[in-house]
Ligand binder design. Structure first.
Ligand code: AVI
Length: 320
């Protein structure tokens, strides 16, 4: 069993690809911004796991229920002896449902940006699936990537759960789907997509009573302090996550509560009182609008499953 962590080669410049580079560039812009992929260091990944268990965050439990309910049908669509490639592997809780239903899966290849986190979760998966080839890959799936093929003929099936697709602007989401299609070499893709719904419900999901999402957002600042020796005061910023109904998206910001200056990598950044730093968008789709986008990205949208309350959707897309 191969559970060695491998690093994917990347096509991006070091500037684009590093937390320091992204922060320096993003905080020099007006309005200021930080890319949401930097949420997921070890402690950010753990905070995100805690978000998934929150009563307000309906997404994870709804998607897990959909996966369980339709696992046999999904396994049949994936086919026998498949290599499952998961984009942004997270905690691996969801893929276990697929692995349990799949017909003799040949390999599982999780891709994640956080190497430490991936290493821990894959270790526990290896113990439970001793016959499965595990190929954890550390890398950024938003960049062009080529996964080495296993010997012999084999079909790939992609798995992109959790509505992570919603964290990309629609143009970037379409480009990402196109890249995934080429990584999958003709295989299908199972995608989880959060749906447009009552704004009050959406707002609550990103403004939980226990304040976990606020900690997750502020972890960007704590991470900059830990890794880059910055001197952010996380208490000097507020978590702000309104729903933009016209654009069908939650927007997440860190808002400076006072006039303040922060030093980072030898540079000084000034924040006005009330100045926002944009940290994330979470786009919501209708089932139809997502199928249209997938078709424009070169997929044939096939089966789609949703729950009774139409909170969340799972889409099986075939490559054409
Ligand atoms: C990972 N992603 C789909 C989550 C979302 O809902 O957009 C990230 C998140 N941000 C705040 N809460 C959860």
């Amino acid at each position: 069993m191969d559970t060695q962590l491998a690093r994917l080669s990347r096509g991006a410049s070091p500037q684009e690809d590093s937390f320091a580079g992204n922060l320096l560039a993003g905080l020099s812009k007006t309005p200021k911004e930080i890319a949401c992929k930097y949420f997921y260091d070890e402690s950010g990944s753990r905070l995100f796991d805690a978000i998934c268990d929150l009563p307000e965050y309906y997404q994870t439990r709804t998607e897990m229920a959909l996966l369980s309910r339709h696992a046999a049908e999904i396994a049949a669509l994936m086919g026998e002896g498949v290599e499952i490639v998961e984009f942004g592997a997270g905690s691996l809780r969801k893929v276990r449902i697929l692995l349990d239903a799949a017909c003799n899966p040949r390999a599982y290849t999780p891709l994640d940006i956080s190497g430490d986190y991936l290493c821990n979760v894959v270790r526990s998966l290896a113990a439970d699936y001793p016959a499965l080839t595990l190929r954890p890959l550390v890398g950024d799936f938003t960049l062009p990537l080529e996964i080495p093929t296993l010997p012999g003929p084999m079909r790939r099936a992609g798995f992109f759960p959790g509505s992570t697709i919603g964290n990309f602007k629609p143009d970037a989401a379409m480009a990402l789907l196109r890249r995934m299609r080429s990584t999958l070499n003709g295989g299908g893709l199972l995608v989880g997509v959060d749906l447009v719904k009552d704004p009050v419900r959406l707002h609550a999901a990103y403004n939980d009573a226990a304040g976990v999402t606020a900690l997750f957002n502020k972890n960007l600042l704590a991470r900059a302090n830990r890794e880059l020796g910055a001197d952010f005061d996380p208490e000097g910023f507020a978590h702000y996550a309104p729903y933009n109904a016209a654009a069908h998206r939650i927007e997440m910001y860190l808002v400076s509560l006072k006039r303040q200056s922060v030093s980072l990598c030898g540079q000084r950044f000034d924040f006005a009182q009330g100045e926002p730093v944009h940290t994330e968008d979470s786009h919501k789709y209708t089932m139809e609008s997502f199928r249209e986008m997938a078709a424009r990205a070169g997929f044939n949208p096939r089966a789609v499953w949703t729950d009774q309350d139409r909170l969340f959707s799972l889409h099986w897309l075939e490559s054409r």
